[in-house]
Write a new protein. Structure first.
Length: 103
């Protein structure tokens, strides 16, 4: 799972670099004129932004699905092992209480 996340982050970073590069090209092309180069550069930037937004939306969906799966697994564990869950919650509460009382 970590490897997939690393690959996704690398791909996202690569896509964002492309967007920045296209934006810089647009700035250079429109600095002195508003000709065909500017129109082409704008189209490339718009397409890059659309692609980046789509990938971010897909990444958000994947993260949401994984979060829901983790919540389901936690819920299942608590239902299957209620006393274990109570013990874990109690231990966490004890640690937090000890940390707060030291201040």
């Amino acid at each position: 799972m970590s490897n997939d996340t690393d690959i996704s982050r690398e791909k996202l970073a690569s896509d964002l670099r492309i967007v920045v590069s296209d934006a810089e090209e647009l700035l250079r092309a429109t600095a002195g004129q508003m000709g065909e180069k500017a129109v082409v550069a704008r189209e490339r930037i718009q397409e890059s932004l659309r692609a980046a937004k789509d990938k971010l939306a897909r990444a958000e969906e994947v993260m949401l699905d994984k979060t829901k799966a983790a919540a389901r697994a936690t819920d299942d564990y608590v239902h299957d092992h209620p006393w274990g869950a109570v013990g874990i919650a109690g231990a966490i509460g004890l640690v937090i209480g000890m940390l707060i009382s030291r201040r």
